[in-house]
Design a protein around this ligand. Sequence first.
Ligand code: GLN
Length: 476
Amino acid sequence: MTPIAQLTIADIRKGLKEKTFSAQELATEALRFAEAENPKTNAYLRLAPERATAQAKRVDEALAKGLDPGPLAGVPVAVKDVIVTRGLKTTCGSRLLAEYVPPYDATVVARLEHAGGLIIGKTNCDEFAMGSSNENSAFGPVRNPVALDRVPGGSSGGSAAVVAQGTAVVSLGSDTGGSIRQPASFCGVVGVTPTYGRVSRYGLVAFASSLDHVGPLARNVSDAATLLQVIAGRDAMDMTSAEAPVPDYQAALTGDVRGLRIGLPKQYFDGLAADTANHIYKAVDGLKRSGCEVKEVSLPNTEYAISAYYIICTAEASSNLARYDGVRYTTRSSETPTLIDMYRNTRGEGFGTECKRRIMLGTYVLSHGYYDAYYLKAQRVRALITQDFHRAFEEVDALITPVSPFPAFRLGEKLADPLEMYLSDIYTITGDLAGIPCMSVPCGTTAEGLPVGMQILTKHFDESGMFRIAYAHEHP
Ligand code: GLN
């Protein structure tokens, strides 16, 4: 059998069909491998042997009866620990939820199991998905499997690391300001942030509701497209989920990009480190040779994106995180002489530094007298950034940019300076603010051997166009 670390969804489909292995054998091997490898990275917070094995048994039974067990049949999938799983602890990387066992499944979880996927474990992440390095988890940082002294990126660091390490074939992450694409680029895998509304957020623990997305991470474009196909589409349980029909994403993976117009936004390349820029220019040259037209475009409001993002996301977070009060969900403080002490001590002991910083910032920007000056203004800037994209898409079909100004940095390197950490999100947060689809695909490695990612962005609901380009880049 091909080592589990190299299997693709297509390999698994073939192996099951030809009876090279059963789903139960796959589950056993995937769990064994994950358990053996995890001490190196701390990427899984917990494995789910019972759930994976029971599901594999169902897949084998369906196969034996000649039924179609679904597009993800037997595929080991890891799920970020901000996505709720019925009966399986979901901590959001927070001490506050260390013992929380959800009573229901997120829609994405139900869909991927309905498609035959095996949930083999829940992955580590920054607390409530706030961070860019996975160092804000209450359960210890994740190490990058490519270079163990480096961070895997964040906040979906665990979900990127398990796919890079090969302990899951695909995984689910969440992205509010770059948390799927940035770790994907740091770990050398594919990461997709779909259009806002494309994938249900029901059962995704809220960080900043108007920016939160669920999306796939995978070792190749086709696997990412397959996972998105399974989880995408209208869900009555999420009123922001879109009615838009979901096209067949595999149909876009032809390698044919002739005549597609690609824009390079100049603001994203100004001052970019040569090592990163050169890899992206090389990839763009490859696409040009395949028949794309390339031109420079301008997204003039890019420089305001970080300020707008950190006002909007902290405002929404301060409201969303109010529910962790020691009464519901949470692990309660033992010091509770009065009701107010109970709230205060539970939250004081439970939240980590970054969450506290954001709750304070968010409460401030929403407070009387500051709402207009900060929050409302940030929303206006968000509209301008979205308009920049709309204008650019009148001239081009897709945009290509870097994902991160630098490759994976060392653990601890940026911890002392939160602002420096925030600045690292510059290329990814604009896509979330506009709600357009965007993804990171590997496009080379630095002299030190660290992966570099390239970002592709397209119009609302044009994930197919984005996959088309990503696939052509992957198959030059
Ligand atoms: N790094 C960004 C932040 O800390 C993005 C996080 C995310 O996308 N969840 O907010």
